[in-house]
Structure formats: structure tokens, C-alpha cells
Design a protein around this ligand. Structure first.
Ligand code: ADP
Length: 388
């Protein structure tokens, strides 16, 4: 990486959300010149990027023109115009991870076929072009409740997923090409982030476990280390390593798994970028996921993923009932607690459940980190002087 050594490397990041912001914060430590493209002029990454470019990640011309400005191009979101990336690649632009991998991951149907053809455990599935065909298969008894329908493209954060437990749920079916999966009896949801560079070196982070709020059924806290058995954790790490190798991928890959009621480890989905389940690594692991992504795409030696301290991560979400300019409550009370690290993304407007920031709580034991995290959750509220 000659250019890195001369502080002259131009790194382009498509989309300027919080993941882009945190990636840029790491890049600036190495004096990398960062370019970020986002349609929102007040996007979180803009305040830290060397250059901001207005443009849409799904628009061919915007992505193409942006790619021409930089030496290395990466992304913090899956929803990118792949045709533009492919054209840039054919013209010699260094895009990492490879556009072909993004294309595979953008389509949950192709993802499922990839797991299937490579012997990676995943829930049994069938692909459909329309809701009508799903209803027909249910009527014929080919499909049985409970089942999970996922749109092949465009879903995120649970949007684009419908769970059907009986005929009364048929109205929930989503229009469009989709994957229909067997509903897994989920015991645990975990994530393993793995990195690989061009030399083929691979490093994985310890598994992270998502704890759900039983009433809202939303991810409430992410804990590291997880409560997996050594065998389950080894399996998840082995599958994540196998996937990144099969993809011949350079960069960071987050693989989400379910542990079912029999204790089996099953792949759910993956994301070829820094991930919400890796925020804690900024403070709790020797090398953060953002630094690791840079190391991986720049073919530098991968960093150690040793845990410094147990950690709990909680997202700071917009409170219900408020929509508009942000007012934070409870920050100073939270900062008074030892080991509390607050990250505010700088989004100008809040709305209910919008990810506005996160807090990582570090402690000598997971139990005490959990207690402190619960306190912080009660203390920090994102409101607005405008009510929705
Ligand atoms: P997204 O890409 O929108 O995050 P996911 O595939 O992760 O969508 O699904 C969202 C949530 O739905 C998962 O976190 C899980 O709780 C539930 N879910 C997804 N697939 C299944 C399945 N096959 N069986 C049971 N629950 C599932």
C-alpha cells in the first residue's frame, strides 16, 4: 500500500450513515483521505469525511462518477447499484468487497442457494415469484405453517420479513419475489464477524449474542462474550470462515446465525460490511471492526480480535411519540457510570425507533455490564421538542 505510506490514499465510501462515520474515524487515524457519497446532505459521516459528494447509492451515474474519484471504493450498505460497480471494476477501479459478492448478498434467494450448494446449514426454503404461488403451495400442502416469507431484495432490519403462523396471517404476505423458509424455533441469535485480506489471512471476532426485549420483541442488548457452548461457538466461527473463503472475499463479513431448540447452529444471513453487531469492538476488542475492515481491504496484516473486557452494547433509539429536531436526555448521568461509552451518530432528526446512537458498556464481568447497560437504557432518551 504505497499510497497509504504517503498519506495520499483516497478511500471512497458509498453511503454516509453511522457505519460510514465510524469507518472514517478509523481511516483518519492513518491519514487516509476519505470521500463519502450520500443523498442526505446532513448524513452522519459528512462531519468527519474529507470530502462529501451528494448522490444516491442506487443511481448508476452517481455511483459511477463517485467511483472515478477514488483509489479504493467500499460501501457501508448493501443497497448499491451493482451495475455501476461492475462497470467501474471493468475500468480498473479497486472495489472491495467485490461487486459480485454484493450482488449475491443483495438477493436473499441467491444467498440461500449459496448456503445450500456449499453444505452450510440453513433453514429449508423454496423460492417464489409471487404471493399467489405461495398461497397455491399452502393450499396444496407443499408449504406448512409456521413459515417465514422474506422478500428477495430490499429488506432490512426485519422490514421485508413476514411470519405466518396460520391462515389468519395470509394477509401479511408481501408482494414480490421472495424466499419462504421453515420457521426455526430460535433459542439464540448470534453474529460472527470475520475478516479476510487479499493474502488470504482470516481473523474472526468472538460470537456476539443478541438479547431480545420479551415484550417489544426487539433486539435489546448485544453481549460479548456470548453464552454459546464452546462447540457452538467453534461451529459458528468455522462456518463464517468457510463462507468468507468460499466467497474469496476481501473485507469484513458479518454472518448472523440462529441457535435452534436442539442447539444446532444455522446460518440466517450475512452482510459484507461493518455491522451493528460489531460496534462494541471499538472499545472492547484490540482491533475494532472498522480498523479491521480497512486492514482487510488494503491488504494489511489483520489485527488481533482479543477481547479486552466483557461488553454490552445497546442501541440508542428515537423515543416513541417524538419526531423532529433531537433533544437527548440522560447523557451526563450515564457518563457518570464507569465503563460507559456513548456514541451519538449526529442524525439531525429523530423518529420512533430510529437508530440515533449506541452505548457500549465495559465491565470486568458481563453481569455488571448488563446491570449498567439496563441503567443506561432507562436514563438515555432521544426526544424532540416536536411531538409526533
Ligand atoms: P433482515 O435482513 O431484515 O434483518 P432477517 O432475515 O434477519 O431480516 O430476519 C429478521 C428476523 O426475523 C430475525 O432476526 C429473526 O428473529 C426472524 N427470522 C428470520 N428468519 C427466520 C426463520 N427462518 N425462523 C424463525 N425466525 C426467523
Amino acid at each position: 500500500m504505497e499510497k497509504l505510506e504517503t498519506s495520499n490514499l483516497k478511500l471512497g465510501i458509498i453511503s454516509g450513515g453511522q457505519l460510514g462515520k465510524m469507518l472514517i474515524q478509523e481511516a483518519s487515524k492513518w491519514d487516509i483521505i476519505t470521500y463519502v457519497m450520500d443523498n442526505a446532505e446532513d448524513c452522519p459521516a459528512r462531519s468527519v469525511a474529507s470530502h462529501y459528494q451528494k448522490g444516491s447509492n442506487v443511481d448508476f451515474d452517481s455511483v459511477y462518477e463517485f467511483g472515478k474519484m477514488v483509489d479504493v471504493l467500499t460501501f457501508e450498505i448493501e443497497n448499491v447499484n451493482v451495475e455501476a460497480l461492475k462497470k467501474l471494476k471493468s475500468e480498473g477501479v479497486n472495489i472491495l468487497p467485490d461487486p459480485g459478492i454484493l450482488e449475491l448478498i443483495q438477493d436473499k434467494g441467491l444467498q440461500k442457494q449459496f448456503y445450500e450448494s456449499n453444505g452450510i446449514p440453513n433453514s429449508p426454503f423454496k423460492l417464489y415469484d409471487s404471493e399467489k404461488a405461495i398461497v397455491e403451495d399452502i393450499e396444496k400442502g407443499v408449504l406448512q405453517y409456521p413459515l417465514v416469507q422474506k422478500l428477495r431484495k430490499g429488506g432490512y432490519d426485519g422490514r421485508g420479513v413476514a411470519v405466518l403462523t396460520g391462515p389468519g396471517d395470509l394477509g401479511k404476505l408481501l408482494p414480490g419475489a421472495s424466499v419462504v423458509e421453515e420457521k426455526i424455533e430460535i433459542e439464540k441469535e448470534i453474529s460472527v464477524i470475520v475478516a479476510r485480506n487479499k493474502k488470504g489471512e482470516i481473523e474472526n471476532y468472538p460470537a456476539v449474542e443478541m438479547l431480545f426485549d420479551p415484550t417489544a420483541n426487539l433486539v435489546d442488548k448485544l453481549i460479548c462474550p456470548s453464552s454459546l457452548t464452546a462447540e457452538q461457538s467453534e461451529k459458528a466461527i468455522r462456518f463464517a470462515g468457510k463462507i468468507i473463503e468460499l466467497l474469496d472475499m476481501e473485507g469484513l463479513l458479518a454472518v448472523e446465525f440462529f441457535v435452534d431448540s436442539k442447539g444446532e447452529v444455522i446460518v440466517n444471513e450475512m452482510a459484507p460490511r461493518p455491522h451493528n453487531s460489531g460496534h462494541h469492538t471499538i472499545e472492547s476488542v484490540l482491533t475494532s471492526q472498522y480498523e479491521q475492515h480497512l486492514r482487510a481491504i488494503l491488504n494489511l496484516p489483520l489485527g488481533s480480535t482479543k477481547i479486552k473486557l466483557p461488553s454490552v452494547m445497546v442501541n440508542i433509539l428515537g423515543a416513541e411519540g417524538y419526531e423532529g429536531p433531537v433533544v437527548y436526555e440522560g447523557l451526563s448521568e450515564s457518563l457518570a457510570i464507569e465503563g460507559v461509552k456513548i456514541h451519538l451518530y449526529g442524525k439531525k432528526a429523530t423518529r420512533p425507533y430510529r437508530k440515533m446512537g449506541h452505548v457500549t458498556v465495559l465491565s470486568s464481568s458481563l453481569e455488571s455490564a448488563l446491570e449498567k447497560a439496563e441503567k443506561v437504557k432507562q436514563l438515555i432518551k432521544v426526544k424532540s421538542w416536536k411531538k409526533s
